[in-house]
Design a protein around this ligand. Structure first.
Ligand SMILES: [Zn+2]
Length: 222
């Protein structure tokens, strides 16, 4: 009984959420769709996938792009034969991030996102202490990127290899307050990169791991 009423409540929130979206009230829709996702039992895969799909649309309308991708990624994982899967595959790149106009921008966004996340994860509350710190860290990441992208080693890499490199490469960030401008690598990027083949994701989605559970997460997700 409880499950039935939970399911019909979830369906009610979903319908209302879609209605609010259609009437250009994405913030209202967001709250309703979140509720729908929360109370849909995981066994109702079709409904859950649908609710996550519409949640991603609401997030996109509110310009919360990273969370929209996360929601869509979860929607497509649950239902392989879904519209969510089609939309997801059409809009994401090999890093599992939103496609940018060029391959180089795809690389840049993945690199910056991975480096910023690894920096912020070590900070209290995963936040910058000040705007100055934010700018300094970003500047250092971009300087490192410039050196990296122009190197011959980098140009010859496949996406999976680049991803491994982005994750292995540790920028020697200064303790904030004693900021020095010379970027240094703790390991040179001419490191051994084990050859990485395209692995199918172990969650059973059928997509490559890098585009599914191993996708590059956005900063809003940490
Ligand atoms: Zn997966």
């Amino acid at each position: 009984m409880k499950t039935t009423s939970g399911t019909s409540k979830a369906a009610f929130y979903l319908r209302k959420g879609i209605y609010e979206l259609a009437h250009h009230r994405p913030a209202k829709a967001l709250a309703l769709l979140r509720q729908s996702v929360e109370i849909t039992p995981p066994s109702c895969e079709n409904d859950l996938s649908k609710a996550l799909y519409w949640l991603s649309i609401a997030l996109l309308r509110l310009d919360q792009r990273e969370l929209a991708v996360k929601s869509l990624a979860n929607a497509q994982k649950i239902r392989r034969q879904s519209y969510a899967r089609k939309v997801y595959v059409r809009n994401i790149n090999e890093y599992g991030m939103l496609k940018r106009p060029t391959r180089e921008l795809d690389d840049l966004y993945a690199f910056v996102s991975i480096q910023l996340s690894s920096y912020l994860l070590k900070k209290p509350q995963h936040r910058f202490g000040s705007q100055a710190e934010h700018s300094a860290v970003l500047k250092l990441i971009l300087e490192t990127w410039k050196q990296l992208k122009d190197s011959d080693e980098f140009k010859s890499l496949e996406c999976g290899e680049k991803l491994l490199l982005f994750r292995k490469l540790k920028i020697d960030f200064p303790i904030f307050g004693s900021y020095s401008t010379s970027p240094r690598y703790s390991e040179r990027f001419a490191m051994n990169i084990a050859s990485v083949g395209m692995r199918t994701c172990s969650c059973g989605s059928g997509l490559p791991f890098e585009q599914c559970c191993g996708r590059v997460q956005g900063l809003s997700e940490i």
